[in-house]
Design a protein around this ligand. Structure first.
Ligand SMILES: Cc1cc2nc3c(=O)[nH]c(=O)nc-3n(C[C@H](O)[C@H](O)[C@H](O)COP(=O)(O)O)c2cc1C
Length: 135
């Protein structure tokens, strides 16, 4: 079983491009090392992140992320278990996407996932698509 937590948040407005890029790079690197899959999206001052992995590990990481001053208004949008990590198959594990770069390939991946029989997986796809389409 994979546990997943997803949230949206507001980036600290004083976060400059360089600090943002460094946050995205570090996150990708750290998560790949600790076998956390998922995505971190940034668009127009907002983040959306999906974290997937062992429940305890994901919960601990989420608690830490909530305390990070580089964003605020953290709202958990879903917390669920599913059989296999959804995003492990996309771009080798943990992806970070800064609009408008890469959105197309993520959309293609999400469309492909829609054949998935699990309702939970489809709910997650909807959440991510909504973020991409409305940001
Ligand atoms: C929007 C956002 C998303 C983050 N996502 C992750 C993440 O997925 N993995 C991670 O290790 N740190 C992430 N961080 C950074 C953590 O909040 C924290 O700074 C980092 O894990 C270092 O923790 P440490 O000082 O306890 O080593 C994120 C920070 C922000 C603002």
């Amino acid at each position: 079983m994979t546990h997943s937590i997803s949230y949206v948040s507001t980036a600290d407005p004083s976060l400059r491009q360089e600090a943002l890029s460094s946050l995205l790079d570090t996150t990708k690197h750290r998560n790949e090392k600790s076998n956390i899959s998922g995505i971190l999206l940034y668009a127009d001052g907002n983040f959306m992140q999906v974290l997937e992995g062992h429940q305890e590990q994901v919960e601990r990481l989420f608690e830490k992320i909530c305390l990070d001053a580089r964003h605020s208004n953290v709202i958990k949008v879903a917390s669920m278990d599913y059989k296999h990590p959804i995003f492990k198959g996309y771009a080798s594990g943990f992806s970070v996407i800064e609009r408008p770069k890469d959105t197309q390939s993520l959309k293609t991946y999400l469309n492909w996932l829609k054949n998935h029989p699990s309702k939970k997986v489809n709910k997650m796809i909807d959440l991510v698509e909504n973020f991409i389409d409305h940001s």
